[in-house]
Design a protein around this ligand. Structure first.
Ligand SMILES: C[S@@+](CC[C@H](N)C(=O)[O-])C[C@H]1O[C@@H](n2cnc3c(N)ncnc32)[C@H](O)[C@@H]1O
Length: 226
């Protein structure tokens, strides 16, 4: 686990000092990122101020890039909060695309709706407030991408739901799979760490997916549906 402490006080919440790409390398990676547009920049500030855990711009760019690489037109997102990652997906799928936003907190959904309008992507996004896993289980269509960013204890359950709802050649992408490096602990204590360890083991051993964990920020699992 990286031990470096942030140089600046009040570093953005999506740049927690215990994340795996921490310290000077992290500073370098973030220093190269182009400026975001006004709405995304405002959302980053809001997330930092209110300690809302968003993927942040370095991971968001990976999400955008992966979607463009497979020409994704449909994305189902589990755990959308204020809609930061949702907007990156919406921009990646283009005007003809559709992104499903899900979050259990109606206040997040209300704020997200405002951002979607201002970002000019609301016609590409369907908002669902409630349990994301339940809503995914009701889906009859197959998506190009399923993005998993819900409570960590639910990760193994999400994995069991995903495969039938993802097209062949589609991507199942999951954030926080290195959990601030806790996955390397000899005796993991937290229930969240244990759930992530189980999830990673099941994902890598699944016959349905070809998986790689990208060690960016807090670890991003990218699984290709075979
Ligand atoms: C890490 S945040 C999502 C951040 C967002 N993906 C982003 O990067 O902009 C996780 C969100 O998932 C929501 N959440 C957690 N478990 C959920 C569930 N089972 N169903 C719906 N929402 C859930 C929480 O309310 C929280 O807002």
């Amino acid at each position: 686990m990286a031990q470096n402490k942030p140089k600046e006080e009040g570093k953005a919440s999506w740049r927690h000092y215990n994340f795996v790409t921490a310290g000077p390398v992290d500073d370098y990676l973030y220093s190269m990122l182009p400026e975001r547009d006004a709405v995304l920049a405002e959302m980053e500030d809001h997330a930092t101020k209110h300690k809302i855990p968003i993927v942040g711009p370095a991971v968001a760019r990976v999400l955008y890039q992966l979607a463009r690489m497979i020409d994704a037109k449909t994305v189902f997102e589990l755990g959308s909060a204020i809609g930061y990652s949702t907007i990156w997906w919406a921009q990646a799928v283009g005007e003809a695309g559709q992104v499903v936003y899900t979050d259990g907190d109606p206040k997040h959904a209300e704020r997200a709706r405002g951002y979607f309008n201002r970002a000019g992507v609301s016609s590409r996004i369907t908002l669902h407030t409630g349990d994301a896993l339940e809503f995914l289980s009701e889906q009859k269509q197959q998506f190009d991408i399923v993005f998993n960013d819900v409570d960590k204890e639910d990760y193994p359950r999400v994995l069991r739901l995903v495969s039938p709802r993802l097209r062949k050649g589609g991507l199942f992408i999951t954030d926080n799979v290195l959990w601030s490096g806790r996955v390397a602990e000899k005796k993991p204590k937290l229930a969240t760490t244990k759930a992530i360890l189980e999830f990673n083991r099941l994902l890598y051993s699944s016959g349905d997916f070809f998986t790689t964990i990208l060690p960016i920020r807090d670890g991003l699992a990218v699984a290709l549906k075979k």
